[in-house]
Structures are given as structure tokens and as C-alpha cells.
Design a protein around this ligand. Structure first.
Ligand code: GLU
Length: 212
């Protein structure tokens, strides 16, 4: 048990219509009061951008997609660098994750994944999540993998995951805050209702150990 609350923020949007990465980052910016040192976003078609420094939606590329996740990081494991900023992807760039919190057993998990051939690009605890899903999804479906994720991973997390050419966002919650906003034609996952309070007042709060 860490007893530690890591701030930072995550926002993911799964929409019927394509939307702009600038709208996503504008929603992420509404969480900047939580503190951050770097930020980034990924689409479900494998595009990913990461930045160190201040969030400004006008300074990022205008990428269009129906499914995107984003994160502003408060570094706990690994320095403040572009590589360590989220999202993180697996070896084959088939999925991307963002994580708020701390994985306590990441060193054991990382060593095991390295022994299975996984290559890591960052110094974060969070990157193990991407490789864990890559490894498990080789032989299991998402529901089984989600169950194992809660069993094997120790620590606190709100995690969002996107997969290549899949219009869903998968969300996992233990300890760190996570709320689902039901807006017109889109569902929004975020650390705090402020991220989407300009779009909807319909919110569903995750319970502990919930997967969506
Ligand atoms: N522990 C993770 C990291 O250092 C996530 C920190 C956060 O919640 O922003 O990258």
C-alpha cells in the first residue's frame, strides 16, 4: 500500500463522429489544475504525440479520429522526458495506454516481460501495462486479460487503453479517480468531471476494481 495520491489527469473520448486532437487536448487542459510536467495523446490508428511542458491545444497537430486517449503526467518513476510522457505503447504498436497512479510491482513485472522478449522505451512504471496487455492478448481475450490485470498488478491506477482499429476505449480503475461522461454522440473518460462539464452533466463514477 502506497497511501500516496498522484494527481495528473487522463481524458479519453470515444465518439460516433471523428473529432480533433485539439478538442481532446482542450479537455485535458481543464485538468491542468491537478499539476503536470508533460503530456501526450494517441489515436486508435497508431498515431501518438508527446510533449514536455505546457499544454496548449493550438500548438499540437490537428489529428482527426473517433477514438483517442490523452494524459498529463506528474512524474513519479523516470525523469521528465518525452520518452517517459504518456501514452506508452507495446512492442508492435498495436495498443496504447495512459496511466494515473503508481504500479508497486513494476520491477518484477518488467523483468518478467523482458525475459519474454519485450523491449521497453521508457523508465516509467506505467509502460509495463502496455506490454502486459500485449503479452496476455496473444492467448486471451480482453475480459480474461482485464481480470488478470487486477490480480497481478499491485498499486494504484486509472488506466485507459486503445487498440489498433478498435473503436472502444478500455478503462480500469483502482485507487486513482475515474469518471465516465455521457455526452451527445460521445463517451468521455476522465480523472475529473471538470474535463467534460462543458459537454454534459451526465456522469457515472467508477467503483474500485471496475473495468469498462
Ligand atoms: N507513475 C507514472 C509515471 O511516472 C504515472 C504518473 C502520473 O500519474 O502522472 O509516469
Amino acid at each position: 500500500k502506497t497511501g500516496c495520491i498522484v494527481m495528473c489527469g487522463i481524458v479519453g473520448i470515444a465518439s460516433r463522429e471523428n473529432f480533433s486532437s485539439r478538442d481532446l487536448i482542450a479537455a485535458l487542459k481543464r485538468l491542468e489544475y491537478r499539476g503536470y510536467d508533460s503530456f501526450g495523446f494517441a489515436t486508435n490508428s497508431g498515431q501518438m504525440e508527446k510533449f514536455v511542458g505546457e499544454i496548449n491545444e493550438n500548438n499540437i497537430n490537428d489529428v482527426s479520429s473517433s477514438t483517442m486517449i490523452s494524459h498529463c503526467r506528474w512524474a513519479t518513476h523516470g525523469g521528465v522526458t518525452r520518452e517517459n510522457a504518456h501514452p506508452h505503447s507495446d512492442c508492435s504498436n498495436q495498443l496504447a495506454i495512459v496511466h494515473n497512479g503508481i504500479i508497486n510491482n513494476y520491477i518484477e513485472m518488467k523483468n518478467e516481460l523482458i525475459s519474454k522478449g519485450h523491449r521497453f522505451r521508457s523508465q516509467t512504471d506505467s509502460e509495463i501495462i502496455a506490454h502486459f496487455f500485449e503479452e496476455q492478448l496473444k492467448t486471451k481475450d480482453m475480459n480474461e486479460t482485464a481480470k488478470e490485470f487486477f490480480e497481478i498488478v499491485e498499486g494504484e491506477f486509472a488506466v485507459l487503453l486503445t487498440r489498433r482499429d478498435d473503436d472502444k476505449i478500455y478503462a480500469f480503475k483502482r485507487g486513482s479517480p475515474l469518471v465516465l461522461g455521457l455526452a451527445d454522440g460521445m463517451n468521455i473518460l476522465a480523472s475529473d468531471i471538470y474535463a467534460f462539464s462543458d459537454k454534459t452533466n451526465r456522469a457515472v463514477f467508477f467503483n474500485e476494481e471496475e473495468f469498462a
